[in-house]
Design a protein around this ligand. Structure first.
Ligand SMILES: C[S@@+](CC[C@H](N)C(=O)[O-])C[C@H]1O[C@@H](n2cnc3c(N)ncnc32)[C@H](O)[C@@H]1O
Length: 321
């Protein structure tokens, strides 16, 4: 949205912003992704995934086809057959990093009573595998969000403990209210009635960040500590390509689909910043990181082309061409 001063402002829905790169995992009928896209007025910043194939998703859920169509028209990247416990190796995801990775109501399927230890073990192993993968896919300052029921056998999943095994630490736990996400419909996802909602009862969104004591994490402490501000206050980060390129890529994403002076100006200013930072961090070498960013940029460009083609088709359609 453009303000009276010509500055673009991010749009927010609850914890999520149109400025975040968002990965959604284990979607049901894709109505949560749809809800975010509607609030943002676009979905270029989103990769929405399901474990099920496209065919199975539209067979299982009545509204899935429409939700997916809208998401695609809004620029989302849609992936099916994505296993949360292996996703960091997925060809379309292995180079990507995200500000928010969201898995709402993870559940490994109905294979017995929810208080059965074997069943709980299956759910825990799904969530554990998800955390392990997600922990490798975060941008600096990024968060992993799991919404989960907090009563009965569900509290025995002990998701904080599972997260800690992947060096993820609880940032906060806030009440999950479905009314915060218009159009979202929580789905059972399995069994004979996958399209039915399950009773939510008391539930929360658990937000995790990479622990600052993580041996795996190469994230500078000043970034972790400034998680909410998402600012990079200390320029002395050797060989940190993320630090060098972050604002440039953020700005490029934000400006996609926009025109006028601010587009050229702001992206150029950010490129100048990249240049300055390259000079500060000398030598900057990790070729892989550069390649990752270039791939990200290429991916965004491809999605933009699809979006523009869809828009042109819509306009043709409106004029009966
Ligand atoms: C209770 S449903 C919740 C669906 C959706 N997130 C929602 O909030 O409506 C659990 C979801 O987890 C998915 N799921 C189960 N195992 C998975 C795995 N290994 N990787 C990704 N998703 C998985 C199922 O396909 C199902 O969509």
């Amino acid at each position: 949205m453009k303000t009276m001063y010509g500055v673009y402002e991010a749009k927010w829905l609850k914890h999520y912003s149109s400025d975040h790169e968002i990965l959604l995992v284990g979607e049901g009928d894709f109505s949560f992704s749809f809800s975010l896209a509607k609030a943002f007025g676009s979905a270029f910043n989103m990769v929405a995934t399901s474990l099920d194939s496209y065919e199975l998703v539209i067979k299982k859920y009545q509204r899935a086809r429409t939700n997916l169509q809208t998401l695609s028209e809004c620029g989302a990247q849609l992936l099916h057959g994505v296993d949360a416990t292996r996703m960091k190796l997925h060809p379309d995801l292995q180079w990507r990093k995200f500000d928010r990775i969201i898995y709402n109501f993870p559940h490994a399927g109905f294979s017995g009573k929810e208080d059965n230890q074997l069943v709980i073990g299956k759910h825990r192993s799904l969530v554990r595998g998800f955390f392990e993968n997600a922990s490798h896919m975060l941008r600096p300052g990024g968060e992993v969000h799991v919404s989960h029921k907090t009563t009965g056998p569900f509290q025995n999943w002990r998701i904080e403990e599972l997260a800690s095994k992947s060096f993820l630490t609880l940032l906060e736990c806030v009440e999950f209210k479905i009314s915060d996400y218009p159009s979202y419909q929580n789905k059972r996802g399995d069994g004979s009635r996958p399209d039915d909602a399950f009773p939510l009862g008391k539930c929360s969104t658990f937000k995790f960040i990479l622990s600052s004591t993580s041996k795996k994490s190469n994230i500078p402490h000043h970034i972790l500590n400034n998680n909410h501000q998402q600012q990079f206050v200390n320029p002395c980060v050797p060989n940190d390509c993320v630090w060098i390129f972050k604002e440039y890529f953020d700005q490029a994403c934000l400006m996609f689909g926009k025109d006028d002076y601010y587009l050229c100006h702001s992206v150029r200013v950010m490129l100048e910043k990249v240049f300055e930072r390259c000079n500060i961090t000398n030598p900057v070498n990790p070729m892989n990181d550069y390649l990752n960013h270039v791939k990200e940029l290429r991916d965004l460009s491809n999605r933009r082309i699809v979006y523009l083609q869809n828009r042109l088709r819509e306009i043709d359609h409106q004029f009966g061409l």
